[in-house]
Write a protein that binds this ligand. Structure first.
Ligand code: UDP
Ligand code: MG
Length: 318
């Protein structure tokens, strides 16, 4: 019988682990799906790993987990989780149950019918604040344009065939964007719609600044379009400088030169803005290259549950 693995990245989720384990176990037992749960505690500061260990001791055949040495981010959690899975298909989901578990049997059916990737598609974004909705909407618009794939309503909630998991794990890059990588990898993809639930316990780990950082880091690690923006800005200023230059010269030669400071101040501000923005964009790419070249691992494992064998600490893959 085929095995389904579920990867659950968790950061300060001690209140959610037991409930999530119970909900998923009951669901899969009812649906007669053979499964395993893989929890990755992303350097949690609360008792998340203690809860994971407790769950693993209660059901060592099906529940395993590991803890990072510090917070490495959800992306790293997902990839460490994938590394630990043994299933023929793998579902990645949030461990706060905002991704409704009832959707997984649907994904599983589609997989049995030949789908290699089943994308969870948000039909509604749940009860998020207006500001969050707007900024997330804008983020996905820009991302979709940048990577030329429809990213709106995409999420990290998806099922992947073993083949796809192995492809993702073999990628050498450190700055990954899981959500877009499955689009990029291709494969036979189907979608399932789901409604984002409200979080039952604990609080969301995102704020405006972490979202902005996430957006910028993903855009620059996935696309070179922002670099072309620099060329575009340069072209615009050259066109303007030619027009303005001719106008200024003509005025000078006809004896009534352009009035002084206002023009100069405006020009300096505009050009200065363009230059600094361009340097910033280039800087982001240099930072990406710098991070990749250093070749540090995506994450460091500090502890694992008793039933995880082999490489216990350090990294699974460089
Ligand atoms: N998460 C993580 N590392 C982080 C932040 C979040 O592993 O640095 C996990 C978190 O525990 C949860 C999932 O990623 O399982 C989604 O996070 P959250 O619920 O805070 O985000 P939201 O649902 O509000 O977008
Ligand atoms: Mg959540």
């Amino acid at each position: 019988m085929a095995l389904l693995s579920v990867v659950l990245p968790a950061y300060n989720e001690e209140l959610n682990i037991a409930n999530t384990v119970k909900t998923l176990t009951e669901l899969f037992d009812r649906e007669k799906i053979e499964f395993e749960l893989v929890f990755i505690s992303d350097g949690s500061k609360d008792g998340t790993f203690r809860e994971i260990r407790k769950a693993a001791e209660a059901d060592p055949g099906r529940i395993r987990g590991a803890e990072f040495s510090r917070n490495f981010g959800k992306e790293a959690g997902i990839f460490a989780g994938l590394e630990l899975t043994r299933g023929d298909a793998v579902v990645v989901m949030d461990c706060d149950l905002q991704h409704p578990p009832e959707v997984i049997p649907q994904m599983w059916k589609l997989w049995q019918n030949g789908a290699q990737v089943v994308e969870g598609k948000k039909s509604s974004r749940g009860k998020e604040g207006l500001f969050y909705k707007l900024s997330a909407g804008l983020f996905y618009k820009i991302m979709s344009g940048l990577i030329k794939m429809d990213m709106s309503s995409s999420s990290d909630f998806k099922l992947l065939d073993r083949k796809v998991v192995d492809v993702l794990l073999s990628l050498p890059e450190r700055n990954t964007f899981f959500r877009a990588l499955t689009f990029w990898a291709g494969f036979d993809t189907m979608t399932v719609e789901y409604e984002v639930r409200e979080r039952q316990f604990g609080t969301s780990k995102w704020n405006f600044f972490s979202l902005m950082k996430y957006a910028i880091s993903n855009a620059t690690s996935f696309s070179t379009l922002p670099l072309q923006l620099v060329t575009f800005m340069g072209m615009i200023s050259i066109i303007f400088s030619i027009i303005l230059g001719v106008q200024t010269l003509v005025k000078y030669l006809t004896g009534n030169s352009v009035e002084g400071f206002t023009t100069v101040i405006l020009l300096i501000l505009i050009i200065g803005g363009f230059i600094m923005l361009s340097l910033g964009i280039i800087g982001h790419y240099v930072a990406r290259v710098y991070e990749e070249v250093k070749g540090r691992p995506k994450y460091i494992i500090n502890r694992v549950t008793e039933n995880v064998k082999g490489n216990v600490t350090g990294t699974w893959r460089k």
